[in-house]
Design a protein around this ligand. Structure first.
Ligand code: CA
Length: 227
């Protein structure tokens, strides 16, 4: 899941980015509203953390209104130093989905991020289940046929993205834009390499079970729930 942080205080911005990255999210962080708007308009973000007071053409409220006017539906958590009822109402009226008053603990932000990220249909509690494969985004546990599978951070992020979109063709560009951030200089070949790693862990060790990852040559990859 890919998150955009628009926050002009570098210390806060980097603490949020690092915290979310440790939790396995892909994070882009920008420090002013003009850059923020040009990033936020990109529909590949799954969530935006938006500071209210920002340098640049817009403040957080105006930025949020403009995004909603442009029909960008990405969930937004607004951060602010002002915590009166009127401020909260103004923030929520501008189109923000949630509102967090500074100073806040990272745990609280993280809890709200998780609450806002839409759960896929095939979720039981926190666990996503596709065929006989399960993924727990809180404990980072992955199992197939009740056997634990150990994945690296990136493999986990890739599998989580695919499990949110089962039976859909995911192009390499879609995978790159949801699983890697803007700073990473990634080649499309790298996606093939990572898909290979995942196959070695979730399909190869289970020859008696149907393969879950399918290649649609010339298009991309599908995670099948209906084999
Ligand atoms: Ca600020």
């Amino acid at each position: 899941m890919k998150i955009l942080v628009i926050e002009d205080e570098p210390k806060i911005a980097s603490a949020i980015k690092k915290g979310l990255e440790i939790k396995g999210y892909v994070v882009d962080s920008v420090l002013d509203s003009d850059t923020g708007y040009s990033y936020a308009i990109d529909p590949t973000y799954d969530l935006i953390v938006l500071d209210r007071m920002l340098p640049g053409k817009y403040d957080g409220i105006a930025l949020c209104k403009n995004l909603r006017d442009e029909n960008v539906k990405t969930p937004i958590i607004m951060l602010t130093a002002r915590g009166t009822i009127g401020d909260k109402v103004e923030g929520l009226n501008s189109g923000a989905d949630d509102y967090l008053v500074k100073p806040f603990s990272f745990e609280e932000l993280y809890a709200r991020v998780r609450a806002l990220l839409r759960r896929p249909k095939n979720t039981v509690g926190n666990v996503i289940k596709i065929a006989d494969l399960t993924l727990n985004p809180i404990s980072y546990q992955v199992t197939r046929d009740n056997q634990t599978i150990n994945l690296t951070n990136k493999e986990f992020a890739l599998l989580e993205y695919m499990m949110h979109h089962p039976n859909q063709v995911l192009t390499k560009d879609m995978i790159i834009s949801h699983v890697w951030n803007e700073e990473s200089d990634i080649l499309v070949n790298t996606i093939e390499v990572y898909i290979g790693y995942l196959r070695n862990k979730i399909d190869r060790p289970f020859p008696e079970l149907a393969n879950l990852i399918e290649t649609k040559r010339g298009f991309g990859y599908v995670l099948r729930s209906d084999n």
